[in-house]
Design a binder for this molecule. Structure first.
Ligand SMILES: O=C(O)/C=C/c1cccc(O)c1O
Ligand SMILES: [Fe+2]
Length: 313
């Protein structure tokens, strides 16, 4: 067994709203480091822990987690559309092990994924099908959420499964950190938004897709000018999270309640669940050390933006 971890924020606005040149250069540099890390490691298999943004998973049936036996990228925000290269037998073996450990994951024989799952694959490998990938969805936008302890247990079970493997496995977390993009919420939804959240948002027409995306792009531009009606980023919260993850002892995160996370770091801060699961998976395979860490709050991307690479100590 050899495992490594790359945890990174994503933003659908990377190609749509430009931060100041020095910030963009710093982000590009962090992507270059991440790309070299992933390609030097040269994994036999990639396991992505990713959220969804009401493109593949809707309130008509919202699992806390789901392992894909096959997966299709829907191609939102200019991300690559099409099939991921999912090794189905490996995904099945993983799901069966996770379930055997008392973690009630769903499975999908045709998971639809969005930029949240595929953006890192494109940045790192240039193509979403370049590497065999087992996609693990973690609900990060649609309350109610499981407690953080259960996210850690999911990650631990995934790690235990691959600790037995003879493959080189790269865990990728995609999401977070603090952020509050204008994604409709069930608690405040209009009848039209409610229909969207229940499943009407699946397979949008090009016009409806464009309208949805333009709303977020406009919000990114306004947020950068301090004019958007969304929550501020929370850099102190982000840094505390990154420190706890780097420490190797994730148990303090069990005290982080859903309500508190939302209140301090925004409705989409729950995407950090992908980081917590992936770090737990890495920890289940042995002691680790963070050998690269980047962080900047970037309003143009509506994201507390972090990139870390992690190896075994
Ligand atoms: O509109 C969406 O589907 C997502 C928006 C978004 C914006 C900024 C950071 C993120 O992680 C997002 O998912
Ligand atoms: Fe996201």
């Amino acid at each position: 067994m050899t495992t490594a971890l790359l945890a990174m924020s994503h933003s659908p606005l990377l190609d749509y709203v430009d931060p100041p040149a020095d910030v963009k250069a710093a982000v590009d540099e962090s992507f270059a480091v991440a790309r070299k890390f992933a390609n030097d490691f040269d994994p036999d298999l990639v396991v992505t822990f990713g959220p969804d943004h009401y493109n593949g998973f809707f309130y008509e049936l919202m699992p806390p987690y789901c392992i894909g036996y096959e997966a299709l990228s829907i191609g939102d925000y200019g991300s690559q559309a099409g099939a991921l290269n999912v090794p189905t037998e490996e995904a099945k073996g993983l799901a069966e092990y996770v379930l055997s450990q008392g973690i009630d994951t769903a499975v999908s024989l045709r998971m639809e994924v969005d930029h949240g799952a595929v953006q890192p694959l494109e940045i790192l490998f240039g193509d979403i099908a370049a590497k065999p990938v087992v996609p693990v969805f973690i609900n990060s936008v649609a309350p109610p959420f499981v407690p953080i302890n259960r996210v850690r247990r999911l990650g631990q079970a995934v790690g235990e499964y691959f600790a037995q493997s003879d493959k080189k496995v790269l865990f990728i977390a995609s999401g977070g950190l603090s952020h509050d993009p204008p994604v409709p919420r069930i608690a405040t939804a209009t009848p039209e938004q409610r229909a969207f959240l229940l499943g009407g948002g699946r397979h949008l027409t090009p016009e409806a897709r464009d309208e949805r995306q333009q709303r977020v792009i406009t919000a990114g531009k306004a947020f950068a000018k301090g004019e958007a009606d969304i929550m501020d980023l929370a850099p102190e919260w982000d840094k505390e999270l990154m420190e706890i993850l780097a420490s190797g002892d994730l148990s303090p995160l069990d005290a982080w309640t859903t309500e508190w996370m939302t209140e301090v770091a925004g409705n989409s801060s729950h995407e950090v669940r992908t980081w917590i699961a992936a770090y737990s998976a890495m920890g289940a395979c042995g002691a680790y050390t963070v050998n690269y860490s980047f962080y900047k709050p970037i309003p143009e991307y509506i994201a507390g933006f972090g990139v870390t690479t992690v190896i075994h100590a």
